[in-house]
Every structure is written in C-alpha cells, then in structure tokens.
Design a protein around this ligand. Structure first.
Ligand code: IPE
Ligand code: IPE
Ligand code: MG
Ligand code: MG
Ligand code: MG
Length: 316
C-alpha cells in the first residue's frame, strides 16, 4: 500500500515537472520576433557599452552597429537555437550578438573606398563618411574582436561557438577578397562556380555560422546540427542572390544603400552572369533546399520556414 502511494506520488511529481517544462518550452518557442529583436538591440548596445574603449572608437562602433539593420543573422541564431530545444533566450543571445557584430564589421569595411566605396548604409552616411577612413577601419577591427569576446561569454559551449565565429569571419573575409580582387583556387575555373564561391563565402559564411552557433548553443544533436547547417547554407547563398537582384530592381531609398552599384563597379553578380529570370529561379531553388533541410526536424521549425520565405521575397 505504502509502495503504491509513493509510486503514485512519483508519477504526480513527474507529471507536474513535465507540464511545467512543456509550458516553459512552449512559452519560449512562441515568443515573437519583436520580442527577440528588442532583446538583440538591447544586448548589442550593452556589449559595446560594457567594454572600456577610447570614446571616439566607442562612438564610431555605436554608429556602425546600432539603430538600423534588419538583424537577420542574430534572429537566425535565436530561431535555430529555439528549434534545437533551447529553453532560455539568454543562452542564445551572446552567440546571436557576436554574429551581428561581425556583420556590422563586414559592412563598415565593405563600404570603404578601397572596397565598394559606398556613401550610404542603412539610410545614413557610411561610417567612414562620418568618422573618416582611419576610425572606420579601426571601428571595424574592434567590432570583430568584440564579437570574439562576446561569443566566449556564452553560458554553454562557448569554445565551440567562438570557433564558429572565428571560422565564419575568415571565410567572409576570403569572400570579400575574391569579390574585390579575384584570385580563385586553380580548380574553380568557370564563372558560375567562381560566383557561387564568392557568395557562399562573403555572405553565406556568416549566415550559415549564425545558424550553426544557435544550434550549438542549444546543444543540438549531430543530426540536427547537420540539418540546420544545410538550412543555413541555403539561406546564406539565397540571401546574396536576392541582394544582387535588389541592387538592380529597387531604388536607393527603399534599400537604404546605393542601388545600381554592382553593375557600375563591374561586380560579378547573379543577374550579370545568369540574367534576372534565372537568378529568380536560383532563389526559388535555394528556398526549396532550405525547406527540405527543415523537413526532417522534429521540433517546431515553422519560424525558420517563415523566415526563409520572408527573405526570399524581401524588398530591402
Ligand atoms: C547586407 O546585409 C550585406 C549583405 C551581406 C548582402 P543585410 O541586408 O542583412 O544588411 P542590414 O544588416 O539589414 O543593414
Ligand atoms: C557584401 O556584399 C558582403 C559583405 C558585407 C561581407 P555587397 O557588397 O553586395 O553588400 P552591400 O550590397 O554593399 O550591402
Ligand atoms: Mg561588397
Ligand atoms: Mg557593398
Ligand atoms: Mg549588394
């Protein structure tokens, strides 16, 4: 009798705990993008604030990183982490912020006269236009090291996340070199593969890394990490094909950056190599590749699927 009573009590306690965790998990899984984006904005500002930096440097970094941008990469980190079963947003934010810091660094340097020589970014003058080239270069450098430092503050799996940050960063820089100066590996001879190599590196690396970092922060299984890596790869490639299309189909005001720059600078882009209709077909194929990567995931991956569709059809 005693044994039966204790057995029932154990069952009741277990049921209570399962219900509690299910509720917590459901609440977390249902958090909307607005809430996540607010947390990202706040943590980004705090990451820069927390570091004692030369006042001019901190100001240029704030200008480059805050008050603009779609925050796609940190949102992907958080969404991948939640799909991989993370129960708290706080466990994903350091990884998420790291990828946005890296991205902001890449934009500041991308706009420099030695690279794309752009005057407009996120609807405002570019960082070097406001602060001069020297400070823009140094602010980019400092955003990069802050990204590393921030990733190492992840509460779990910090070393693995920092490795993702470092690898994605050097892959992105490789892509920028290929995009700006060429010099492809010997086996990459035709224009279509060179183009794919540029895009998978200069833009794909950070987006893929952002997805992987979220999954790693959540302690994803090898199989789930592989699926989210495949999703991130497709999304990263697709993101730059869409960027190339928008450069010729939208105006500067909508984009918040100068439209029509790619052809003016003779860049190798999807529309310049494959034409506009074919570029749109590539977007559709990459979207369906991202959907098929998600199809085997047991957890609720609907937010990732929505993001993929939104990014395929974005107008800025
Ligand atoms: C622009 O990225 C640079 C590319 C890699 C194409 P985003 O379109 O994500 O830029 P923001 O962060 O929203 O300004
Ligand atoms: C930028 O590609 C990629 C990186 C910033 C690493 P683009 O040069 O096409 O980006 P936008 O169009 O200036 O944003
Ligand atoms: Mg560029
Ligand atoms: Mg550019
Ligand atoms: Mg572009």
């Amino acid at each position: 009798m005693m044994l039966l009573r204790s057995y029932r009590a154990i069952i009741r306690i277990t049921a209570c705990f399962s219900l509690y965790f299910l509720r917590v998990k459901t609440e977390i899984l249902q958090i909307d993008d607005t809430f996540i984006l607010q947390a990202i904005e706040q943590q980004l500002a705090e990451a820069i604030e927390a570091r004692p930096l030369a006042p001019k440097l901190a100001e240029a970094m704030r200008y480059a990183a805050l008050g603009g941008g779609k925050r796609i990469r940190p949102l992907l980190t958080v969404r991948c982490g939640l799909a991989a079963g993370a129960c708290e947003l706080t466990s994903l934010l350091p990884a998420a912020i790291s990828f946005e810091l890296l991205h902001c660094f890449s934009l500041v340097h991308d706009d420099l006269p030695a690279l794309d020589n752009d005057d407009l970014r996120r609807g405002r003058p570019t960082t070097h236009k406001v602060y001069g080239e020297a400070l823009a270069i140094l602010a980019g450098d400092a955003l990069q090291s802050l990204a590393m430092e921030t990733s190492l503050a992840s509460p779990r799996h910090a070393a693995a996340i920092a490795t993702e940050v470092a690898k994605a960063c050097s892959d992105m820089i490789s892509g920028q070199v290929l995009d700006t100066l060429g010099g492809f590996p010997a086996e990459c001879t035709d224009q279509a593969s060179q183009l794919e190599m540029i895009h998978r590196h200069k833009t794909g690396a950070l987006i893929r890394g952002a997805c992987r970092a979220g999954a790693i922060a959540a302690g994803a299984s090898t199989d789930l990490l592989a699926r989210l890596t495949r999703y991130g790869s497709a999304m990263g490639h697709m993101f730059q094909v869409v960027d190339d299309i928008l450069d010729i189909t939208q105006n500067s005001q909508t984009l918040g950056k100068s439209a029509g720059k790619d052809s003016a600078q003779g860049k190798t882009t999807y529309p310049s190599v494959h034409g506009l209709p074919m570029s749109r077909r590539f977007v559709a194929e990459l979207l369906s590749e991202s959907e098929s990567a998600l199809s085997g995931i047991e957890a609720d991956a609907s937010a990732l699927s929505t993001m993929a569709r939104t990014l395929a059809t974005r107008t800025h």
